[in-house]
Write a protein that binds this ligand. Sequence first.
Ligand SMILES: Nc1ncnc2c1ncn2[C@@H]1O[C@H](COP(=O)(O)OP(=O)(O)OP(=O)(O)O)[C@@H](O)[C@H]1O
Length: 447
Amino acid sequence: MSSDVAIKVSALDKCYHVYDKPQDRLKQSLLPRIHRLLGRQEKLYHRDFWAVRNVSFEIPKGKTIGIIGQNGSGKSTLLQMICGTLTPSSGTIETKGRVAALLELGSGFNPDFSGRDNVYMNAALLGLEKSEIDARFDQIIQFADIGKFIDEPIKSYSSGMMVRLAFSVQAQIDPDILIVDEALSVGDAKFQAKCFERLRQLKENGTSILLVTHSSEQIVTHCDSAILLERGEVLEQGDPKMVVNRYYDVLFGKDQHAIAVPTSAPTKSSTPKSNTHHLSVDSDLFSARQGYNPYEYRWGDKSAEILDFHTECDGIEYPLSVKTGKTITLQLTVKFFKKLINPIFGLTVKTKEGVTLYGSNSELLNIGSMREIGEINSTVMLSANIQANLAPGDYFVSLGIATRDGETITPHDRRYDSIHFAVEPPEPFFGLVQMNLSIEHVVRLDQ
Ligand SMILES: Nc1ncnc2c1ncn2[C@@H]1O[C@H](COP(=O)(O)OP(=O)(O)OP(=O)(O)O)[C@@H](O)[C@H]1O
């Protein structure tokens, strides 16, 4: 393994034997030997279940890799093998340096011992001498911030307190590799922010981090690259935004619903009167408009298509940038190729890093007129306004048309990150959102 790689996983497999009936397990342990003795052909009483199959990746030193996937996709199995608490069926794992892991909540803690004793035991397991633990102890309890509970037995802790202490120990021992499973989602928002700040510091100091999460936001915000697991296999690997988009496909059904629909060649559009901006009503002119992002990610079953859009702000059409706080008017045309009942129109605004800042849809806003559209071969125009209460920067708008049948949402046309706009400030501030701080009084009180 090259010196700038912290973890190298090659062709890793974990196969479980699954028995349909409990007695099959007994048969499997006894009968093959008897069959062998009798010279008969062996019969298998189990099925193979591949929890992890042929997984390979490398984590360079000082990088953060995110692992995302649906429940049961093999994330925990993979982490347990990397941590050495589970033996792979085949494949190899190479790690360099001290590995700290925050896996299942409270694992590694003895419930009858106090927090203080557990800190010492835990840190000793991670290879620290008593003097090294003494030197870090104050830092650890300060970070965990669980007050007098440090001298209470762990069994009296809430799950949030347990994760605070566990994270503190793992993060304060300056590991070379830190593995964090879903555990952080247990802590409250303030503690999570503190943990991510600590992860940032560790990364700056060269720690390589493997972060498992269901949160696409955490993947795009904190990871240098990502891996999408599905049924134990790597479905996508690389740029976090691309991996997260693919994860949405898996979650919301592109893989089940996608039907290739030939894109019709642009034809001359007829424009009804109300369509003052001459938006296309029958062919896809979306990509010809200023502000269109050629790297949009588009999918859906194409029962309806978003054909065209128009933006306006302060009297400027298709503005490339708008001032903080200004209202952007968006119009778009949608054509229905099938009859759709109660179509839902949705809009999301994201940062260029992929963090969702705002999202809503016609169902959440209870827009009654949406219930009157959806006739086959009809085209509708939607008008919407959004206020750019945003910090200066680059933003992307995602649009979508879907329908709902109970809990199931069928995406017909999703155009992720399809429109780009920049925000420029009227007055300087920092952060993501304009919250209009006004300083009302500044009065000297000592005179
Ligand atoms: N001992 C076992 N015997 C058989 N199957 C197992 C065993 N342990 C785990 N599995 C199966 O392996 C698959 C992967 O499980 P794993 O816990 O790694 O998924 P995960 O992605 O971490 O899920 P979650 O997001 O719900 O934590 C699951 O289908 C699970 O049922």
